[in-house]
Structure formats: C-alpha cells, structure tokens
Design a binder for this molecule. Structure first.
Ligand SMILES: [Mn+2]
Length: 323
C-alpha cells in the first residue's frame, strides 16, 4: 500500500550476509485469546505495508514461500478451563498452527508467523519443537509474562490437548521487556527460576548486553535452534500504539531492532512470531506507526543491515540493493 512507503525510512538496504535465509510465511488471524476485536487484521495490515517486497529488497531474500492463512475447525468444544477465554478455540487453532509451522520448518525454511493474538505462541513453539528439537531456545519479547496457569485441572493435564506432547524446559525460556506482571506471575517466575530481563535491566545494562545474556542463558553452547515470539506491545506505546494491552515505559524501536539483529547474527533463528498488531485501535497515524515498527522488527530478524557500509578505498560508488 502506497501510503506506508512514504514513512518507511530510506536507509541503505543491504543484508549482513551474502547468503539469504529461506523463508516461509504464515498468517494466523486469531483473536480469541483476548478481548479486543481487530487483532485478526494484524497479518493483512503488515502485508499491505509491503512485507514480502521489503523482505526481498531489504534482506536480499531470494526464496520466499507464502503458505497463506491458517484455518481451523473448533473440534474441542467441550474443552473448558475456568481462567482461559475461548480455551477450545485456542487449543483447536494451536493444533492446526503447530502442524503448519512444522511443515514450513521441515521444508527447510525459517517460519515467520503473523498474528493474531499472542496465544498463537503455543502452536508455533510446539510446531517448531516437533520439526527441530524439544531442546529449543525460546525468547519471549513482551510487556507481559502471559503465564496462564491451569487452575481448574487437578491432574495437571490440559483438557482436550492430548496432542500437546512436547514440553519446553523452562531453562530454555527467557523473557525480555517485561513491565506488567501479575502477583501470581511474580511467584511463578521466581519459584521456577525463569530467566527474565525487565525494563530495569535494559536501562541499566543496555539492550546489547541483555540480549547476549538472554541467549547465553537459554542456549549456553550456542547450538540450539532459536524461536522468537515478539509481542509488539513490548515496544513503548509511542512506537507501537495500536495494540490491545499497551504499557508505557517500554522498548524503543531501535532496541527491538537490536534484539532481532543479534538473533539474526546467531544464524540459528528457526521461527519468528510477530503478534498483537491491532489495526482497529488508534488513529490512522497510530496504525501506520505500529505496522511499520512491526516491519522493521521482521526485517531486522531476516538480516536487514542499517549500518553505514564500509567502502573499499578504490571503490567510492556505494553498493546498490542486494537482490
Ligand atoms: Mn503482551
């Protein structure tokens, strides 16, 4: 869509690496894990801002496959959990999504999933584990901890979700960007020793140190596939106002970009979720700002280089786009 190109800054477009990753894209217009309507239009808004074209132009992606929209049937209607909204839909959608993500990754591609609300992380992480390994490093970038405990189940099993067999070790999970945490979430995080880097840590140590420390904690030998689940509300509402649960005092866009560039440079990104962009919230300007922020995050993950290019002394002509 033309209107977005106007505000997409025109810095040098060149990828860090000469070999570009193979990418597969999935849309999950799912909104039932939360209350506000509109987040189901997130994938379309990001695509309309030129996602595919920019992946080619800015990241030098030459092999890009569009897997389209994930559709599901609600076949867990009798499944119910007291403290989870639309649990049956969440579980049904997650199962289908898991299978799709597994397929994309087995095709040899990095899976980019556009949400939708953040409940889709269940399906993407599960599918990623099935395709690669249960020993997956997960970076959850979010203002919120999103820890849903299954209080109504005495057995500890998730009703209607027998397929959900892979279990992520909590040692493999780290949060970045937290600033809105429920009291019971503090207890869980503390008791289970889950790695987390909140806004205080980012302010004190800087984002470069924080992202390195997070990777070291969840992937100490630097050999695991990495899954990033990026909630746009991790960014400050000044950067990304069009989202369901904004919390002030968040990441700057440049910090979000820095996280993704660091992950790209590991060469081990296996899947990225970009969730919670809600184009029905805020003014047109708010929506544009949010959507372009999401684009910058995605492009950084796939190798867009925003740094000044060092020219050879005998070559004073700047390189053109890496296509
Ligand atoms: Mn969130």
């Amino acid at each position: 869509m033309k209107k977005f190109n106007r505000i997409f800054t025109n810095y040098t477009r060149r990828s860090y690496s000469s070999s570009s990753p193979k990418v597969g894209i999935l849309d999950v217009p799912f909104e039932k894990g939360q209350d506000k309507s509109g987040v189901e239009f997130g994938p379309k808004s990001i695509r309309d801002a030129g996602l595919l074209q920019k992946l080619i132009e800015c990241c030098g992606i030459t092999d890009l496959k569009d897997y389209g929209e994930v559709k599901y049937l609600n076949n867990c209607r009798n499944a119910e959990v007291l403290n989870m909204k639309h649990y049956d839909h969440v579980i049904s959608c997650s199962k289908e999504l898991s299978e799709q993500v597994e397929k994309v990754i087995r095709d040899g591609r990095i899976c980019l999933t556009l949400g939708g609300d953040h409940s889709i992380g269940i399906g993407t992480i599960h599918g990623h584990m099935r395709a690669k390994s249960e020993d997956l490093a997960v970076l959850w970038v979010d203002a919120h901890a999103d820890l849903n405990t299954n209080r109504s189940s005495h057995s500890g099993n998730i009703h209607g979700a027998d397929w959900l067999q892979c279990k992520l070790s909590l040692r493999n999970l780290a949060y970045i960007g937290l600033r809105s945490i429920d009291p019971y979430e503090h207890v869980i995080m503390h008791n289970l020793g889950i790695s987390h880097f909140d806004m205080f840590d980012i302010q004190r140590y800087g984002i470069d140190t924080v992202v390195s420390a997070a990777i070291d904690q969840i992937d100490p030998d630097h050999n695991k596939p990495i899954h990033v689940s990026f909630d746009i509300d991790s960014l400050d509402p000044l950067e990304a106002p069009s989202t369901g649960t904004p919390v002030r005092g968040g990441l700057l866009l440049r910090e979000g970009i820095h996280i993704m560039t660091a992950i790209y440079k590991t060469g081990r990104l296996g899947a990225l979720d970009l969730v919670e962009v809600n184009p029905k919230i805020g003014t047109q300007g708010d929506v544009e700002r949010t959507v372009t922020a999401a684009l910058h995050i995605i492009l950084a993950a796939f190798g867009e280089n925003r740094r000044l290019i060092k020219l050879e002394s005998n070559n004073l002509i700047p390189p053109t786009n890496n296509k």
